[in-house]
Ligand binder design. Structure first.
Ligand code: C2E
Ligand code: CA
Ligand code: CA
Length: 425
């Protein structure tokens, strides 16, 4: 039977069922473990196989879970893609993780269906009666928090920890603060120079966002960009970044007409046509030629919704804006993509540059990426260049541009302008 968790009464009955198991266990001094399982991207399958088939696939998964859980009472199905498995006599969290692993294994093994072979991936959240105050509702909610974390981390299972709740509260507050930040001008762009290796001249810069938070101080993008992507606020952040970057760029171009500025674009920005209009309008307002601007997108961003992303990228390229593939080498890096992505540049991820001198494999990868890029007439940037020896090495490998702490950290605008003057002297 599927319990509809959206329905209040049914939801309460799930909490009660969990409470009953906890109470029963408490009498025998046992602990109860809960595994909340969600099948990733299950609803997307509907468009491929249709709803009736979706139900059949869900039933097969349920049967597999029952075969592992054995006791029918211990599997509750909440919806087509969400299940609870109750372990009435858990030993410790390690025990629950072992069960999660076997559940994950049975879910992952392909479901053969008509002519299709469907592979599903679960996200599993684990909680125990001990860290849920022996409360049926709390044990469910803790497993849910852990499951959401497992999904966002891309790992198959996560066990609940108390600090997850505090983290959620902090994230929640931060999301609220992002709106104020735009209004109160708390964001700032820092600039990190990009140097052309042949001439050792500054060819441009990458704009990197910083948040001057009134109570937390300077916050780096890793602490709020992923959150703003989840909440949809990345759209307003990108809009601010693009406007501010192009405004600064128009100033730099007055002194340095060959300068090129890169801005980072998130996966979510490629899903709507807004970005194309934003770029077009802002370039025209500041009278900046499109070829002075580069947008950086990661391979993973492009691949997550290939069709829509490629369409948007084609339109952006048609404006004359350059396109750089960021963190290159960490994603799919398949040759076939080169043919389709209208890129003008690739940036070799800093993890390869870091190991260039110590790991011959990484040196080979860098050499190969540079070779490939040249075949496709793409410019190559090495990022994360920290030492003179790395500069020499990438020069030997015929890399075109470099960026990294060796030249400069990302700097506030005025400091960056000063730095450029002193570098060219
Ligand atoms: P990214 O695009 O790969 O940016 C490069 C990151 O490497 C920057 O971190 C930069 O400060 C750092 N870095 C530069 N040189 C070196 C070096 O020599 N060694 C090392 N270890 N690191 C170096 P940052 O500024 O903290 O940005 C982190 C990430 O946040 C960026 O990675 C980018 O993905 C994202 N990001 C930054 N600004 C924006 C933005 O305006 N919009 C969006 N959507 N994402 C942004
Ligand atoms: Ca970047
Ligand atoms: Ca990068």
């Amino acid at each position: 039977m599927i319990v509809n968790i959206q329905n209040t009464n049914e939801r309460l009955s799930v909490y009660q069922a969990l409470q009953d198991q906890i109470d029963e266990a408490s009498r025998d001094k046992r602990q109860v473990g809960v595994l909340l399982i969600k099948l990733q991207d299950f609803n997307d399958l509907e468009a491929v196989v249709g709803f009736v088939s979706l139900e059949l696939i869900s039933k097969r998964i349920q049967a597999r879970l029952l075969s592992v859980a054995k006791d029918h009472r211990s599997v509750i199905q909440l919806s087509l893609d969400t299940f609870i498995v109750v372990i009435p006599k858990m030993l410790n969290i390690g025990h629950l993780k072992i069960v999660a692993e076997s559940l994950s294994r049975v879910i992952r093994s392909a479901v053969k269906f008509e002519s299709e072979s469907i592979e599903l991936k679960p996200s599993i959240g684990i909680s125990s009666s001990e860290d849920s105050e022996h409360n049926g509702q709390l044990i469910y909610e803790n497993a849910l928090i852990a499951m959401q974390r497992s999904y966002s981390e891309g790992s198959y299972c996560v066990a609940f920890e108390r600090e997850f709740r505090e983290q959620m509260k902090r994230d929640w507050d931060l999301k609220k603060d992002i709106e104020l930040a735009i209004r109160d001008n708390q964001f700032e762009l820092y600039f990190q120079p990009k140097v052309e290796l042949k001439s050792m001249k500054v060819s441009g810069a990458e704009a990197l966002i910083r948040w001057n938070h009134p109570s937390h101080g300077l916050i780096t993008p890793h602490n709020f960009i992923p959150l703003s992507e989840q909440s949809g606020q990345i759209q307003i952040i990108t809009s601010w970044v693009v406007k501010s970057a192009i405004q600064h760029l128009s100033d730099i171009l007055k002194e340095n007409p060959q300068f090129n500025l890169s801005v980072n674009i998130s996966v979510n920005n490629l899903n709507s046509p807004d970005l194309v209009y934003l770029l077009q309008d802002t370039l025209s307002i500041w009278d900046v030629s499109a070829d002075r601007l580069t947008i950086e997108v990661t391979e993973t961003a492009i691949m997550s919704d290939q069709k829509s992303s490629l369409e948007q990228l084609e339109k952006i390229r048609a404006l004359g804006v350059n396109i750089s593939i960021d963190d290159f080498g960490t994603g799919y890096s398949s040759l076939a993509y080169f043919k389709h992505i209208p890129a003008t540049e690739i940036k070799i991820d800093k993890s390869f540059i870091e190991n260039l001198l110590v790991d011959p494999q990484d040196r080979n990868i860098v050499a190969l990426i540079i070779f490939l890029a040249k075949q496709f007439e793409l410019k190559v940037v090495a990022e994360g260049v920290e030492t003179k020896t790395s500069v020499n090495e990438i020069c030997n490998l015929q890399c075109d541009f470099a960026q990294g702490f060796y030249f400069s950290q990302p700097l506030p605008y005025n400091d960056f302008i000063e730095w450029m003057k002193s570098f060219s002297q």
